[in-house]
Design a protein around this ligand. Structure first.
Ligand SMILES: NC(=O)c1ccc[n+]([C@@H]2O[C@H](COP(=O)([O-])OP(=O)(O)OC[C@H]3O[C@@H](n4cnc5c(N)ncnc54)[C@H](O)[C@@H]3O)[C@@H](O)[C@H]2O)c1
Length: 490
């Protein structure tokens, strides 16, 4: 069958569904000419080929069932193994503080990192975990163990998918660091393996569990923002030093800057926004357009600082300093998402949400409410951000229940405590045999932005239709509830 035609038919089918789901919203779709460009394979200047079918929703292989509501046997102790012991140490530390969790095995290429992790466990009064170290494939032995429930994967991006597949094939749930995968093909492998093996594949998107993000989620669910219309999010983090830092991300992360020109790290921004808007649950990513600024800052930094004795002088970076994508959802809502890890500037994920009832912006946090009266606020209305006392009142009322419950225990944990909250929540779900907040479809959809944005940039910003990894399940689901108010949490 002609791939271009089938892709376009698939896209139009989604557009038709959009009409069903959104009586109020008029959905514009890309022109036929734009769709034709978007469904052709594209060769990037790095030689990497983005396939023509990245926009296609692949049919579910026979015998597979969706996993959006997959529940499992409750576990008295959730037994975990952790691969990659740099970022992975945040997960080891969190697991050691969770009474229904046990660290059974740790794995890293480097012996000293693995031994150090085992020592940390012993220092915390836990049993010494088994150590797997010394080679790049030693993790394959670890996932064969029959006393593991979860495998954490906190390794360079190129290892995420083989390790997650290996874990699930051996009957373990895979908890994967961000982004889960770089290519759409790999996203589908995660989806199909999770469905076939009936194991969860959970993206460790800690930003969904930040205090501000959960405050906004709670307000969104409680109707403070009215009808949600638009969101803005980003990963704006000056990583120039880190990108050349050997022994850590400088060993591998810079590679993506010569391979792709798009959004290389979409999930920290998109994860929370996806949960506010109910993407994959009542609404769905539809298509995106993307463009990049020129590449300047990484080259300038490399040439001026000459990191690592000037050994990177010949590298040619492709990724523009600032990548901006705009996503249209099936219900017609819009999301602006940016990526910039090389400009000199303070950190921000933007984290903004608009609705008919109000607007939130982060960095620094600001909230405007259309009608402040029902909340007893002093603010006169939406043309001013809430002042200190008003903001405090909203905080008191809408702090997320999970944060009220875990605040003290999260104290001192990584990234303002969110690293503890995400781990507690995911492990608690498995402890109770419940479905985690985010499943493989979220991991795939949020990660797919890397390749889809790169394709749009490479084709002069044509709209690129986004595949539906849940294969239609979004239409029958409601947006994520507020953990802590669900019966299971009481
Ligand atoms: N969610 C967050 O806030 C956050 C923060 C930092 C990093 N990350 C993510 O975590 C992952 C790891 O990042 P990092 O900063 O720790 O990178 P890193 O390069 O500093 O550490 C990776 C570790 O994995 C080990 N490793 C590599 N290949 C391996 C293999 N085949 N088998 C066993 N161990 C292997 C390395 O030896 C190293 O110790 C990345 O996906 C990154 O995007 C997420």
């Amino acid at each position: 069958m002609n791939k271009t035609r089938s892709s376009r038919r698939d896209f139009l089918k989604v557009s038709a569904l959009a009409g069903l789901g959104a009586s109020a919203a008029r959905i514009s779709t890309p022109s036929a000419a734009a769709q034709d460009v978007a469904t052709e394979p594209v060769t990037l200047p790095s030689g990497i080929v983005i396939k023509g079918d990245v926009s296609v929703t692949r049919p579910r292989p026979a015998g597979q069932q969706p996993v959006h509501d997959l529940t499992t046997q409750p576990l008295d102790k959730v037994r975990v193994g952790v691969i990659g012991l740099h970022r992975g140490m945040a997960h080891v530390d969190a697991c050691l503080k969770i009474e229904f969790c046990e660290v059974v095995a740790v794995c890293d290429v480097f012996d000293d990192r693995a031994k150090n992790a085992a020592n940390e466990c012993e220092k915390a009064g836990a049993k010494a975990p088994a150590i797997y170290s010394g080679t790049e494939h030693i993790w394959e032995k670890m996932v064969e163990r029959d006393d593991l429930d979860v495998v954490y994967i906190a390794t360079p991006w190129s290892w995420h998918v083989p390790m997650a597949l290996g874990a699930m094939e051996h009957g373990k749930h895979a908890f994967v660091e961000v982004a889960a995968a770089v290519t759409v093909d790999d996203c589908w492998k995660l989806v199909d393996t999770s469905e076939r093996t009936r194991r969860h594949c959970v993206l460790l998107e800690n930003c969904c569990y930040g205090e501000n993000e959960m405050f906004v989620l709670n307000m969104a669910r409680e109707g403070v923002f009215g009808d949600l219309t638009h969101a803005e999010c980003a990963y704006l983090h000056d990583l120039r030093g880190v990108l050349f830092s050997l022994g850590t991300e400088g060993d591998w992360r810079r590679d993506y800057h010569w391979q792709y020109n798009g959004n290389l790290y979409p999930t920290h921004g998109l994860g929370p926004v996806a949960q506010y808007l109910g993407l994959g649950r009542g609404d769905q990513l539809h298509y995106l357009v993307s463009m990049s600024s020129p590449e300047k800052s990484l080259t300038k930094y490399r040439d001026e600082v000459k990191p690592n004795g000037g050994r990177h002088a010949q590298e040619k970076y492709l990724c523009g300093d600032m990548n901006t994508s705009i996503i249209k959802t099936v219900l017609g809502r819009t999301i602006m998402i940016q990526h910039d890890v090389v400009s000199p500037r303070p950190y921000s994920r933007i984290n903004a949400l608009y609705g008919t009832g109000g607007t939130f912006f982060d960095y620094p946090e600001r909230l405007a409410i259309n009608d402040p009266k029902p909340y007893g606020l002093k603010s006169k209305g939406p043309d001013e951000w809430l002042e200190g006392e008003d903001m405090k009142q909203m905080r008191d009322k809408f702090t997320h229940p999970l944060w009220r419950k875990l605040r003290e225990r999260a104290e001192g944990a990584g990234h303002g405590g969110m690293d503890f909250v995400i781990n507690w929540n995911n492990l608690h779900r498995l402890h109770k045999g419940q479905t985690p907040d985010s499943v493989v479809y979220d991991a795939a959809a949020w990660s797919s932005i890397i390749e889809l944005s790169s394709k749009s940039v490479a084709t002069g910003s044509v709209p690129v239709p986004m595949p539906d990894f849940g294969r239609g399940i979004w239409q029958s689901l409601s947006p994520l509830g507020i953990a802590g108010k669900e019966p299971s949490e009481s």
